[in-house]
Design a protein around this ligand. Sequence first.
Ligand SMILES: Cc1cc2nc3c(=O)[nH]c(=O)nc-3n(C[C@H](O)[C@H](O)[C@H](O)COP(=O)(O)OP(=O)(O)OC[C@H]3O[C@@H](n4cnc5c(N)ncnc54)[C@H](O)[C@@H]3O)c2cc1C
Length: 406
Amino acid sequence: MSDLKDRILIVGAGPVGLIAALRLSQAGVPVTLFEKEDRLLDDPRAATTHPATLEMLDEIGMVAEAEKQGLVCEEFYFWDRPRDEIVAKFNHRLLADETKFPYVVQCEQYKLAKIALAMLNDYPDADVRFSHEVTGVRQDADSISVSVAGPDGTDTVSGTYLIGCDGGRSTIRKSTGIGFDGFTYEERFVVLSTPFDFEAERGCCYRNYYADPDEWCNLFKVSHNGPPGLWRAVFPCDVDLSEDEVLSDDAVQARMQKFFPKEGEYDIVHRNIYSINQRVASTFRLGRVLLAGDSAHLNNSIGGMGLNGGIHDAMNATEKLISVWRDEADDSVLDLYDVQRRTTTHEFTQAQTIANKKRLEAKDPESRAKNLQELREIAADPERARAFLMGTSMISAVRRASTLGA
Ligand SMILES: Cc1cc2nc3c(=O)[nH]c(=O)nc-3n(C[C@H](O)[C@H](O)[C@H](O)COP(=O)(O)OP(=O)(O)OC[C@H]3O[C@@H](n4cnc5c(N)ncnc54)[C@H](O)[C@@H]3O)c2cc1C
């Protein structure tokens, strides 16, 4: 049994766990982070970092490197896919007097994780243990302990608080019996990456939403390993189809050629398929356990809010843990973490991502025409466009959280 009792334990070295560890380390709080894999995962998932999140990454000194490794983009477009026509253009410059970052940065989540991990090297009290899987958690009035399986066998490690950042299938959430209500969509998302230049060939900006009653699409650019970068196209697909049927060369080429016919085959660099959930944990705090990131909430990726919300959790939770660790606040302040983050997850992230999907997939011609007309009108009115951008940029959610429970 290892006694790390003044330490904060973190489970999961995804971007959320690493950012939480970095923030705590910068405040002088010792952390031990357990990651079951032997290295950081680099599958192509989140890429969009919104203005509200850039403000937070700025506080911990990560923005300059994220901008260097990513793509700065001010605009996003809504398209009517059947007519191949731009319906509405939004530009974050309208938020120039609201935020230091009136743009998003398209920076893949594995790059954010690597930046945070490299920065953690400067803190000798930050102990990151790869190939260590947490298999269970127990707590009492004075401490928390986790069972860990590592290369040298199993151990029980105790600390003062624990942040469960161990993803959607979270062992921490399940071990503590915290509910995870919501639903799973009866379709999956298929993600295909290609270097084909949709900006030059199709007039796209770096972030595009295509409404289509038959097959909506979300198309955005990431910098990947440098120029020319990659374009990622996200489409819905039928749950009844096997992975082979969806991801075979023929199926992938057919899907891309239907989206934008071109001579010759598409060069496909990644192909993935994901189940999509809308779920929120019944509490983000149980005694000495806090949940953050995907362990606390899941949502569809249209609008790019999942990881952003996870980073907001990490920053909110660590702010409160730092004050408790320093004896500057009673630990009831951790309840405020639950209230602020869980409420805004429901009110903003869940509500917006569900609405985003409905808007893109609308089938009934009347509601579809109404949705697109509404977007046109919002984009044409600077005040309404600004209010719309306050939501998409997640600034409204963060401001709302700060008013809760105060
Ligand atoms: C196709 C797709 C596109 C997306 N696009 C966006 C986007 O543009 N913007 C956005 O904000 N979000 C997006 N998301 C969501 C985003 O990827 C997730 O919200 C994000 O990965 C959550 O980060 P996390 O650190 O909470 O969890 P994860 O990244 O899942 O990391 C969890 C870590 O915990 C480790 N772990 C798990 N169990 C244990 C254990 N028992 N012991 C030790 N370690 C453990 C795992 O190995 C992993 O490293 C997208 C998701 C998908 C699928």
